[in-house]
Each structure stands twice: as C-alpha cells, then as structure tokens.
Design a protein around this ligand. Structure first.
Ligand code: OMP
Length: 234
C-alpha cells in the first residue's frame, strides 16, 4: 500500500455496484486498507447491501448509502432517521426542496451527511428537455445547490464540471461530492458530464465517487492506488 495520507484516502469513495453481497465483499477484501470509504447503491441495497453496510461500519469503513430518496416528507424524514441510526456517513436524496427539508429534519442531531442529487451526471441539456424541464443543466444545478443550502442539508452531489459553481454557492463548509469521474483514457460508459479525479478536486470537490474505473479494472488495487496518487497531487 502506498503512503497516501488518510485524509486523501477518505476523498475517494468506491461504488460497490454489484448484484450480490459476495461480489462486493470480494472487492472490499481485495482492496484491504487501500480504500476507506464505500458506496452502497440501489442494486446492492436490494441484494442485501444494508447488512453489508453494517458490517463495513463495524470494520471501521465509512459508508455512503446511495438511495436517492424522493417521496412525501414524512416518509423521507423517517427513512433518513433510520439511515442515521445505522451509522452511515452519507445518504442521498433528490434535490427537491420538500425532500431535502424532510431529510434535514430526519438527520437532525446526528453526524449523517445528507447530500442532494442535483442533476444526474448521465443527463445533458437535451435529456432534461426530454424530461420536461425548461432549464438546462447549469441553471438547474445552480438552483438546486441554492435550495440545498436553504434546506440545511450538508451539501450536494454534482458533476465535476459543475463543482466550481456549486462550491461558490455552498461556501467552504458545504459538501461537494462528484461522481462522473474518469481517469485519463478510461471508458466513459453512460456518463455525459465527467472529468478526471484531479480536475474534480481542483474544481472544489471534497470527495469523488468512482465505480467502474476500479471495479472493472483488471487490477482494482492498482487502479485505486493510481487514483489516490492523482488525488494526492491535486
Ligand atoms: O449519487 C450518485 O452517486 C451518482 C449521481 C450521479 O449523478 N451520477 C452517478 O454516476 N452516481 C453514482 O456514481 C457511481 C458512478 O459509477 P461509475 O460510472 O461506474 O464510476 C454509480 O454508482 C452511480 O449510481
């Protein structure tokens, strides 16, 4: 394992996008002390990932529960409180004012960081127009970042290409977490708004979320180490 500062290590969140717990556990085992922060999203949560979250927390890892909640206020508040009780570090909700305000109430008094998903990194202006929105990506992200601040949640999820604008809105204390991260030359896949790890940090991101560049790599440990080295130099 390279001599990367623990703070730098915590800046990289590896997305455990797997169809079952044993595949996710195999990667966690392989990565060992290299990775300190994991994301459990929709696919793995449905396949038993909530119990894995508890195991990871018990083993000293940090867990980002990526459930992208969006429901009536009562439901979001109670689901957020349940996540806070499980000791997860980050929970996502969609960045709608009612939803974010409800999540802020649910997380109150706990260290849980609620992050509002502004505009998914797989969307561009044309996708928003198709979905019936009259504003483009930049204006929508700007609006939602301001509403996240008003709602009193910890911060937002945005593309690295939005991070500088979002950092200016949230100020130094807001959390800016960016998926859509691709090391130079990596497969882009379904991401439309993306940048390199170093570019994301330089633009003001606190943490990056990385899935396939690590999980689909021939050597996940080397891939994770290379990203950490890039973050350390950023
Ligand atoms: O909330 C997220 O984490 C998220 C938001 C977003 O706008 N875009 C996005 O890709 N994500 C997640 O970040 C991860 C990105 O994975 P890779 O594209 O494989 O690096 C996936 O787990 C996505 O669910």
């Amino acid at each position: 394992m390279s001599l990367v500062d623990a703070k730098v290590r915590d800046r990289m969140i590896v997305a455990l996008d797997y169809p079952n717990v044993s595949a996710a556990e195999a990667l966690v085992w392989q990565l060992g002390d290299v990775v300190t922060f994991y994301k459990i999203g929709l696919e793995l949560s449905i396949a038993g990932g909530l119990d894995l979250a508890a195991d990871l927390i018990g083993a000293g890892k940090k867990v980002f529960l990526d459930l992208k909640l969006h429901d009536i206020g009562n439901t979001v508040e109670r689901a957020t409180a349940a996540a806070a009780e499980r000791g997860v570090h980050i929970l996502t909700v969609h960045a709608y004012p009612q939803t974010m305000a409800a999540a802020a109430r649910g997380a109150k008094g706990s260290p849980l960081e609620v992050l509002g998903v502004t505009v998914l990194t797989s969307y561009d202006d044309a996708d928003l127009a198709t979905a019936g929105y009259h504003m483009g990506v930049t204006d929508t992200v700007r609006l939602r970042a301001g509403q996240a601040l008003e709602a009193g949640i910890a911060g937002v999820i945005c593309a690295p290409t939005d991070a500088a604008m979002v950092r200016a809105i949230l100020g130094p204390d807001g959390r800016v977490v960016t998926p859509g991260v691709r090391p130079k030359g990596a497969e882009v896949g379904d991401q439309k708004r993306f940048a390199t790890p170093a570019e994301a940090i330089a633009a003001g991101a606190d943490r990056i979320v990385v899935g396939r560049p690590v999980t689909a790599a021939q050597d996940p440990v080397a891939a994770a180490e290379a990203i950490l080295a890039e973050l350390a130099g950023a």
